[in-house]
Design a protein around this ligand. Structure first.
Ligand code: AMP
Length: 219
């Protein structure tokens, strides 16, 4: 399968798993959060528009993110390599727009992997998360600490806390998730695409569970 989506609340491990799957299968990782963070760091008009919403833990308006994804999906490498959506869609309106877009492109989704994690655990994961702005590596101060405090194992960059991982903002992001994004579980169940993955397992076990869905034994 090469046309995939990772669904799940903030902190469920979507980005970590997506990075691995993109590397293993060559599918293109499309993270609207990453695209928006890059735009914000570069100070582009898109970044300036998105900043306020992101810093408050709210969603950037649908038409903005739909436009970004539309542009990315139309690029030729996507048809060739496939895609893995991460953090998009986040509202039913985004999901409906995506359906229309993929239908126009003749590239329907093959599976939606829903990473399930208890909300209490999510808050801990997010507030203890640190990331490397230079290479995108993600750490957790308890479960996956860097070898040297504050320094990226991979590229030596200085680790930071995403501004939206501060405690107050995390609470808001989780509330926004349950109000606006959780309905997508029913949406994709209704389309026969949803696959449940236990996202509370260690990273390697989650990875294995996903690989088993993508490469069923004996196929
Ligand atoms: P993420 O890295 O996926 O948690 O996204 C970080 C932030 O970017 C979110 O809290 C939103 O403010 C914004 N964002 C990312 N993806 C979307 C989306 N599909 N719709 C609206 N806002 C988004």
């Amino acid at each position: 399968m090469r046309r995939l989506m990772l669904l799940g609340p903030p902190g469920a491990g979507k980005g970590t798993q997506a990075a691995y799957l993109a590397e293993r299968y060559g599918v293109r990782h499309i993270s609207t959060g990453d695209i928006l963070r890059e735009a914000k760091a570069a100070g582009t008009p898109l970044g300036l528009l998105a900043k306020g919403y992101m810093d408050r833990g709210e969603l950037v308006p649908d038409e903005v993110v739909i436009g970004l994804v539309k542009e990315r999906l139309a690029q030729p490498d996507i048809r060739e390599r496939g895609f893995l959506l991460d953090g998009f869609p986040r509202t039913v309106a985004q999901a409906e727009a995506l359906d229309r877009l993929l239908e126009e492109l003749g590239m329907p989704l093959e599976a939606v992997l829903n990473l399930r994690v208890d909300p209490e655990l999510l808050a801990r994961r997010l507030t203890l998360r640190r990331s490397c702005p230079a290479c995108g590596a993600v750490y957790h101060l308890e479960n996956r600490p860097p070898k040297v405090e504050g320094v990226c194992d991979i590229c030596g960059g200085a680790l930071v806390q995403r501004p939206d991982d501060a405690e107050e903002t995390v609470r808001n992001r989780l509330a926004v998730y349950s109000r606006q994004t959780e309905p997508l579980i029913a949406y994709y169940t209704g389309r026969g695409l949803l696959v449940e993955i236990d996202g509370e397992q260690p990273i390697e076990a989650v990875r294995q569970a996903i690989v088993e869905v993508l490469e069923p034994a004996g196929r």
